[in-house]
Design a protein around this ligand. Structure first.
Ligand SMILES: Cc1ncc(COP(=O)(O)O)c(C=O)c1O
Length: 345
């Protein structure tokens, strides 16, 4: 496949910058599985400090962070409450049920933001007949909710309810850095009221791979065992950890540019007559070009021919995600190209 000129299909499309590649080349490394990789340790300590948690664990991917969190905090047969569009429930190939033996109780919640009442109503203590609910789950920001950002008060109302019910509270923070930048609420505040939380380095932060999960010492010890079970223990992972450390130093504050670019893209598409299907709250734009004269498949096809890549979303509209490799000028280019495509109809 020819590389698109402008790739809006996901913020996973970023490529390491020259400076990040230099940090990778200079990394001090050892055998991570043996606990001997100094750069991986430095990253884990840095994230533990950032999130205000006693311990942290480097993992190859966010999906693995989700799975080890379930395996370490639930028993087979337990129920995990999440929202219906949660990545873990719909997009991880059933892994949590295969690995953890759990089932999900999905809640209907726009933007993934369910309420304390919904959580209380869905909760089951467990009887001879009913499996117990042992974990609550939320996503910050919410991917299929449109990059939706939980407000701190709503978030803390849910996390306090989970704790009062005796549930383990987990946060899938694949894009937590986007939430930090969008709300100006620091990392540690989002972590303070939950048991397990992680964020990805391979999305807006622009590293080639990696996620770091944080929590109590006991939790991280258990999670580390499941990391090994899943084949996630690594060798010279400092090569990647160095990229992640570089990203923490250089790529967090700039997420504000991605959010501004997403807002500009949404405004421009609306001016062209497209329908905006979800409010833009961070770096994602969900839109439907049909009201402007072209259906999703035709629009995506014309734009692809012009070197601009979008993802048709499962609901039939289009998801565009801004990131490190998409500039403000690129957004103007996208809008000009979209205008020409829609005019030709
Ligand atoms: C909300 C959310 N959680 C988890 C993941 C999985 O992360 P990874 O691709 O690092 O496995 C993604 C990936 O897009 C995501 O959007």
């Amino acid at each position: 496949m020819t590389r698109p000129r402008i790739d809006l299909h996901s913020d996973t499309a970023t490529r390491p910058t020259d400076a990040m590649r230099k940090a990778i080349a200079d990394a001090e490394v050892g055998d991570e599985q043996m606990g001997e990789d100094p750069t991986t340790h430095a990253l884990e300590q840095r994230v533990a400090d950032l999130l205000g948690k006693p311990a942290a664990l480097f993992l190859p991917s966010g999906s693995m962070a989700n799975k080890v969190s379930i395996a370490a905090q639930t028993n087979a047969g337990d129920v995990v409450i999440c929202d219906r569009q949660a990545h873990v429930c719909r997009w991880e190939s059933g892994g949590p049920s295969i690995i953890g033996g759990i089932s999900f109780e999905p809640l209907d919640a726009p933007g993934g933001r369910y309420t304390p009442d919904q959580l209380r109503q869905a909760y089951v203590a467990g009887t001879k007949y009913q499996p117990p609910t042992t974990m609550a789950w939320l996503e910050q920001t919410h991917n299929h909710g449109g990059g939706a950002v939980w407000a701190l008060a709503d978030y803390e109302a849910v996390t306090a309810t989970a704790t009062s019910l005796g549930l383990a509270m987990h946060v899938d923070g694949a894009r937590l850095p986007n939430a930090v930048v969008a709300t100006e609420v620091p990392f540690h505040r989002w972590a303070a009221t939950v048991d397990s939380i992680w964020f990805d380095f391979s999305k807006g932060l622009g590293a080639p791979m990696g996620a770091v999960l944080a929590g109590s010492g006991d939790f991280i010890e258990a999670a580390n065992r499941y990391k090994y079970v899943l084949g996630g223990a690594l060798r010279q992972s400092g090569m990647v950890a160095a990229a992640c450390l570089y990203a923490l130093d250089h790529h967090v504050d700039r997420l504000a540019d991605d959010h501004a670019n997403a807002t500009r893209l949404a405004e421009g598409l609306t001016d062209l007559g497209c329908a905006l299907n979800k409010p833009v709250e961070s770096n994602m734009v969900y839109f439907d070009p049909a009201p402007a004269g072209l259906g999703t498949p035709a629009f995506v096809s014309v734009m692809t021919t012009s070197g601009i890549r979008f993802t048709p979303s499962p609901s039939g509209d289009i998801r565009a995600v801004t990131h490190l490799d998409v500039s403000a000028d690129d957004i103007e280019d996208v809008l000009r190209t979209a205008e020409a495509a829609l005019r030709q109809g």
